[in-house]
Design a protein around this ligand. Structure first.
Ligand SMILES: Nc1ncnc2c1ncn2[C@@H]1O[C@H](COP(=O)(O)OP(=O)(O)O)[C@@H](O)[C@H]1O
Ligand SMILES: O=c1ccn([C@@H]2O[C@H](COP(=O)(O)OP(=O)(O)O)[C@@H](O)[C@H]2O)c(=O)[nH]1
Ligand SMILES: [Mg+2]
Length: 219
């Protein structure tokens, strides 16, 4: 009797598990750090080995800027060049849509690396008002890197990136925005015990070694 019951449960387990996975709330890791700290590079490496979808807020904004007929193209272009942070109403919609489309395409894809967001108080408020209760922020993966290294990496990237903001003038503004607006957000999460910090000034592989240790521990 008990054996039959157990066999029944075991046979049904895969479908039960599948149903549970359908109900999974999106699990989010915010990926933060200065311009050029290596957020995008490390996210690309993470998705090769872990079950995460990488969403770069900057990439989504650049795509929206390039989209024909976008009512926000001009605004986004000027904010990016000036190193300012785009009003959250625009960014949060792009992020929400990207998350929804990912989950719609495959219900098992509910883990997200949200790269380069939230960058200021406005971003955080926008996230909380739109996503609160709809997604869990597991932790912030913080790529800690000195300003000089960040600037050098972006200038090097600027030789081939075609980005309008990988130049000295924009970079000075981006670094200022990072110090004044983004660092306080990281500190806020730090107080909640939600920041996992990696020394990002080392080689890509050394940095990734620490990232793997964090992800393996966090599950
Ligand atoms: N650990 C590293 N050491 C040296 N160069 C790096 C490292 N990580 C990334 N880079 C390079 O620095 C530039 C910025 O990296 P990227 O991942 O785009 O940073 P972010 O997304 O934080 O701006 C890129 O040209 C990238 O190839
Ligand atoms: O949530 C975001 C993310 C990016 N940006 C803008 O996009 C630029 C480039 O961001 P990205 O994350 O691509 O730059 P990175 O830090 O990776 O070099 C920023 O300086 C901002 O102007 C923004 O306004 N809101
Ligand atoms: Mg990036």
């Amino acid at each position: 009797m008990i054996a039959r019951l157990l066999r029944n449960v075991c046979q049904r387990a895969p479908s039960l598990l599948y149903r549970v996975s359908l109900m999974m709330k999106p699990q989010v890791v915010f990926v933060l750090g200065g311009p050029g700290a290596g957020k995008g590079t490390q996210c690309s490496k993470i998705v090769e080995s872990y079950n995460y979808t990488h969403l770069s807020a900057g990439d989504l904004l650049r795509a929206e800027r390039a989209r024909e007929g976008s009512e926000f193209g001009q605004l986004i272009a000027s904010y990016i060049k000036e190193g300012k942070i785009v009003p959250v109403e625009i960014t949060i919609n792009l992020l929400r849509k990207a998350m929804e489309e990912t989950i719609k395409g495959d219900e098992k894809k509910f883990r997200f690396l949200i790269d380069g967001f939230p960058r200021n108080e406005d971003n955080l408020q926008g996230w909380n008002s739109v996503m609160d209760g709809k997604a869990d922020v597991k932790f912030v993966l913080f790529f800690d890197c000195g300003n000089e290294v960040c600037i050098d990496r972006c200038l090097e990237r600027g030789k081939s990136s075609g980005r309008t903001d990988d130049n000295r003038e924009s970079l000075e503004k981006r670094i200022q925005t990072y110090s004044q607006s983004t660092r306080p957000i990281i500190e806020l999460y730090e107080k909640l015990g939600k920041v996992r910090t990696v020394d990002a000034s080392r080689s890509v592989d050394e940095v990734f070694g620490d990232v793997k240790a964090i992800l393996d521990k966090e599950g």
